[in-house]
Each structure stands twice: as C-alpha cells, then as structure tokens.
Design a protein around this ligand. Structure first.
Ligand SMILES: C[S@@+](CC[C@H](N)C(=O)[O-])C[C@H]1O[C@@H](n2cnc3c(N)ncnc32)[C@H](O)[C@@H]1O
Length: 354
C-alpha cells in the first residue's frame, strides 16, 4: 500500500521570541484508511514556495522515523521580504522523482509515499493554511492532476489506493497498452469516437478517477456522484480540472439506497460506470449492487469497472451479489502499488457487463 503525507496541523506562521517568523506544521505518514503509520524510516524534504510563482523561499531536510505517529515540521526564520506573502508548504520524499508532482506514468515510478502540498497561507487573510492537502500527479506527458483532499478522518473526502491504481489503469488502456484481455473496455476508451462517451462514477469521493478520465479522454462526459458530504471538496477539484477537448465534469449527490432520479443524466443512458474502493463495507454492498443493477437496466450495454483492494473476507460477497444480479464478470486485471520494504500491494480491476 502507498502511504500519504497528511497534515495533522496545517502549516502556519509563528512568531519566534526573537521577533522573527517561522513556518510550522505537524504531519504523519499514513495509509488511505489512516489505520497504520509508515513503519520504515524515510528522508523527506520540506520546501516553502511563493504561491504565485512557486519560487522556493526556504527548504530543509526532514526525517520520518518508523514507529512514530507524527513529525513536527519547522522552517525559518523567514526573511522579512517574504512576510505577508502567500506561501505553500510542500513535503516530498528526498529520493523520489517528484519534480512538482508524483508520477503515475508506470508502476515502477509510483512513490511509496505520496507527497503533499498545503493550501496557501501567510498572506494578509490568514496565517494558517486551510485543512486540506493537494496531491499532484503526472498521469502522462500532458495530464497533470491536482486533487484536494481533507486533512481530517473522513472516509469520503480522501483519495484511496484503488483510485490511484484506477487512474494508472485507465491511462494505460487509453494509451493503447496491452494490459488487459478485455477488448470491450479498451475499445470503449478509444479517443477517436463518433459520439461522446457517457460515464458515471459511484462513490467518487474527491473525484480523482472520473476527473482523470475526463482529462485523459476527449469527448467524455463524466458525472461524479457520492453522498452530499463530498460536494464541497469534489466541486473544488472539478473547478481545478482541465478536461480534454469536448469533455466535461459534473457532480450530483447520489445515495445508493435511494431511487435513481429520472433526470440523472442526459441522454438517459451511460456507457461506463466507475466504482473505486467502495466494497470495503460489507453492509453497504447490497445497496451498491442494487444501484449498479438499476443503472445497467437503463443502459444494457454499459460496462462497469470496479477497482478494489481486498481488505477483509466479507468483501467477497460483492462477487456473489453481482452474479445474483445477472452482472457478468468480463475480466479481472491487477495493478501493483508499492509497499514497504520493497514489497507490493495488489489492486484488482473487475470489469462487468450484462
Ligand atoms: C473508500 S471511499 C472511496 C472514494 C473514492 N472512490 C476513491 O477511491 O478514492 C468510498 C466512497 O463511497 C461512498 N459511499 C459509501 N456508501 C455510500 C452510499 N450508500 N451511497 C453513496 N455513496 C456511498 C463514500 O461516501 C465514499 O466516498
């Protein structure tokens, strides 16, 4: 599993006894679920940059020690010329290939620790950065994703590992890499299309998967859906997105237990349904499968792409429920994410159709 740099306390300016200013924060390095901390030591670099032109103001080394649950960060003193200027704190691995973003270009380049960029702070409005963190991913030579997550413990407002693998998988299929025996999905994702591709994502969280698809594929209309609690963060990510030619992104709340609204999408059919890391809670699986089944009744030709990381035994009822709903498994592919001590972690990508 990959680990994520999280701000336990977002960056802030602090006045020292000497009257000078320094920037401080408190971070941890944890899993998507927040249930374990990175157990190996890692050398990190912390950099303060001006928000406007990304000029480095101050930089220093930082060491994460395995076994710890948090790490204080302090940089300074700041020279007076930078006081009251908006800044961003960036924390990356010292030896990573991160040059302004983490690479999702191929499995060998994904870093074990995903870097974090803070919201701007230190300007005339506020000395403390908002409680969000930006992830920056290079998906191919031209698509560079910017996705904001919350720093708190919400399940919905974070990026999960299966989403990282889904983005890589979709990128490779769109690039024409022979990574799957499933020609139906590869054909659907061809960029030369006669008509627009209509996609819905269920349980989109911050929206990284659907946003990546809309940025990678021209003529692709993506509707992100989740519970109302994600609206603010997903809207921020949609606003920052740069969809490909004739592609677009929208968000609508959609609770799996409720009726599907009649006007969910126009035209009233979809070609592809995306689901990433939504099978971790066995209690919600009947509702998830029921909404998938209802969507496929409306769009009998739709394909469903479900990305998941096996977290516990109970998740396997998902496959039985899909079978009982008449949803046929067309293919299963696997992507590896890095894990500690040079091991890797497997994400499964299941494609279904009727
Ligand atoms: C583990 S998160 C995955 C988020 C995102 N897909 C990702 O991979 O980063 C699971 C998502 O499913 C959503 N979810 C759970 N139960 C739901 C329900 N009954 N209706 C709609 N969304 C639900 C949660 O709000 C959450 O955003």
């Amino acid at each position: 599993m990959v680990y994520y740099i999280r701000f336990l306390k977002t960056p802030r300016l602090q006045k020292q006894k000497t009257g000078t200013l320094s920037a401080s924060a408190l971070i941890c390095i944890t899993t998507d679920l927040g249930d374990a901390f990175l157990a190996q030591d890692e050398d990190l670099v912390v950099t303060l940059r001006l928000a406007g032109n990304r000029k480095a103001v101050c930089q220093g080394p930082l060491q994460w020690q395995g076994g710890k649950r948090e790490l204080p960060v302090a940089l300074g003193p700041l020279t007076s010329s930078f006081v009251r200027q908006l800044m961003i704190m960036e924390i990356t691995l010292r030896d990573s290939q991160t040059v302004g973003s983490d690479s999702l270009l191929n499995q060998r380049e994904i870093p074990l620790v995903i870097s974090g960029w803070s919201a701007p702070f230190g300007g005339p409005q506020s000395d403390v950065a908002e409680k969000i963190v930006e992830r920056r991913f290079s998906v191919n030579q031209t698509v560079h994703l910017s996705i904001w997550e919350e720093t708190g413990n919400s399940i919905a407002r974070h990026i999960w590992d299966a989403a990282v693998a889904s983005v890589m998988y979709l990128q490779q299929l769109i690039a024409g890499d022979q990574i799957s025996s499933n020609t139906a999905l590869s054909t659907l994702l061809q960029s030369e299309r006669r008509s627009p591709l209509h996609v819905i994502e269920l349980g989109s969280g911050c929206g990284i998967v659907g946003i990546a698809l809309a940025e990678l594929l021209p003529q692709c209309s993506v509707l992100l859906t989740d519970l109302p609690e994600v609206e603010e963060i997903v809207s921020k990510n949609i606003a920052a997105a740069q969809p490909a030619r004739s592609s677009d992104l929208q968000y609508r709340p959609l609770e799996w237990e409720e009726e599907l609204p009649n006007d969910l999408f126009k035209p009233p059919t979809v070609d592809l349904i995306l689901v990433s890391d939504c099978t971790y809670n066995a209690d919600s699986l009947p509702a998830l499968v029921s909404v998938l089944s209802r969507l496929v009744k409306l769009s009998p030709h739709a394909l469903i792409l479900v990305a998941l990381k096996r977290r516990h035994e109970s998740e396997s009822i998902f496959f039985n429920l899909m079978k009982s709903a008449g949803l046929e498994s067309l293919s299963t592919d696997r992507m590896n994410l890095p894990s500690q001590y040079d091991e890797c972690d497997e994400i499964e990508l299941h494609c279904y159709g009727r």
